[in-house]
Design a protein around this ligand. Structure first.
Ligand code: NAI
Ligand code: AKG
Length: 394
């Protein structure tokens, strides 16, 4: 790379991650024309994407803050960091499960009200503690919706704490199925989970299919006094319906990492200020993984952990490389390779991978190639119907 590649952070990103960018990169939070963006929860939906933008790295799991369709149409890969913050979230879920069940949040808040009561404090504590008698989680049943990086860890650890666990995830990956304890009872109908559990922890992405997944229809199927833990996204729970369920006692407690104006005023709601991934370790892991993914893509065109591009990689051995992101339609590969041979270039290695409506091709070429030959090739590739973007890496 001859000039520095500009990386624009949109949130505070751990130095450990930013420090991985070599001297070929410039980190500039004020850049107006960055090559890549690195972010956490910043809402990119209202922002105009800079024309210079070539890649986005989400230091975290959820990508509902990024306009994925727009990025795909423009040929911009969006990377995330699967699993890098899963332990942090799991620890807070387990903490909240026990702390809410033992009425600790309410008890701690009440204890603060005793400030100024002088020598009476110990006596008031002993008298007042009966308001906060809780329940042990051992022997109770936890329902886990979504058995991915976080959900599977929560399910396994809850078993270790003596709970029975019911899991629901119709799209569980093979990897996660291997990691999930066999003692987790998997159900294929979410209603079976709703009707049996004492606690529910939800760990699915917020997508159109999961918006409002926990709503009146769901609450009506649950036992009374069920506790709901939401460390995934606010939009997964219907706020108006849970407000009623909390009033009526179907839901005994709502623990949310995503408070909003409505939930803050709801009865029996514990509001955590989106702290799920806020541990030093998780922030470092996510930032480092996002930085590595961005650098690999910018320097070699290889794709690892993208949410809108297929995973695709060829070992980079210094050969001049052309990449093409295009529609996933028949004859694309033959059209691309015939353009390469028409400009008398020789292919050393290539790969083509598809994801949904799009595909990504990486081609390594033989020899030293003149700038003008590359120019001619790129022009021809861009003329192919269905081509979205091409890049030359040398
Ligand atoms: N509170 C926080 O700070 C954090 C919140 N999150 C949230 O947690 C979510 C899950 O994170 P990970 O476990 O790392 O993601 P993941 O991608 O490893 O797991 C998500 C799981 O949900 C499943 N799923 C998708 N649609 C489903 C449906 N309709 N019903 C049941 N299961 C379904 C998938 O098959 C997958 O196994 C993220 O999408 C994000 O919104 C993630 C990290 C930090
Ligand atoms: O970066 C954060 O703190 C948010 C993490 C998160 O919500 C996610 O990874 O989906």
């Amino acid at each position: 790379m001859s000039k520095q590649t500009v990386i624009k952070p949109l949130n505070a990103i751990s130095e450990k991650g930013l420090n991985l960018f070599t001297e070929d990169y410039l980190i500039d939070e004020n850049a107006s024309q960055p090559d890549a963006i690195i972010l956490r929860s910043f809402n990119m939906h209202d922002m105009e994407l800079p024309s210079s933008l070539r890649a986005i790295g989400r230091a975290g799991a959820g990508v509902n803050n990024i306009p994925l369709d727009v990025c795909t149409d423009k040929g911009i890969p969006v990377f995330n960091t699967p699993g890098a913050n899963a332990n942090a979230v799991k620890e807070l879920v387990i903490t909240s499960l026990i702390a809410s069940s033992r009425q600790m949040f309410d008890g701690v808040a009440w204890a603060k009200t005793l400030i100024g009561k002088g020598d009476d404090v110990p006596k008031l504590v002993e008298e007042g503690k009966k308001q906060f008698v809780g329940k042990e989680i051992q022997g109770k049943t936890l329902g886990v919706i979504g058995l991915g990086a976080i959900g599977a860890r929560v399910a396994n650890d809850a078993l270790e704490l003596g709970m029975d666990v019911i899991g629901y995830d119709p799209f569980i990956s093979v990897d996660m199925a291997w990691k999930l304890s066999r003692a987790v009872k998997r159900v294929h109908n979410i209603d079976e989970l709703f009707k049996e559990v004492d606690y529910i922890s939800i760990h699915v992405p917020l997508i159109p299919e999961t918006k409002g997944l926990l709503n009146k229809a769901a609450f009506d199927k649950m036992k009374d006094n069920v506790y709901i833990l939401n460390f995934s996204r606010g939009g997964l729970i219907d706020d108006d319906d849970i407000a009623v369920a909390l009033e009526e006692g179907t839901v005994g407690k709502y623990i949310t990492d995503f408070p909003n104006a409505k939930t803050l005023e709801m009865k029996n709601t514990i509001s955590i200020p989106h702290l799920g991934a806020s541990s030093e370790e998780s922030e470092e892991n996510c930032a480092m993984m996002a930085a590595e993914e961005l650098m690999e893509y910018l320097e070699t065109g290889n794709i690892r952990n993208s949410v809108n591009f297929p995973d695709a990689a060829l070992p980079y051995q210094g050969h001049p490389r052309v990449t093409a992101f295009h529609k996933n339609v028949p004859k694309m590969v033959s059209k691309i390779t015939s353009e390469v041979s028409d400009v008398n270039l020789n292919i050393v290695d290539m790969t083509n991978r598809s994801y949904k409506d799009h595909a990504y091709t990486i081609i390594d070429l033989e020899g030293d190639i003149a700038e003008s030959d590359f120019g001619a090739l790129v022009k021809r590739l861009e003329g192919i119907e269905g081509m979205v973007t091409t890049r030359v890496i040398k």
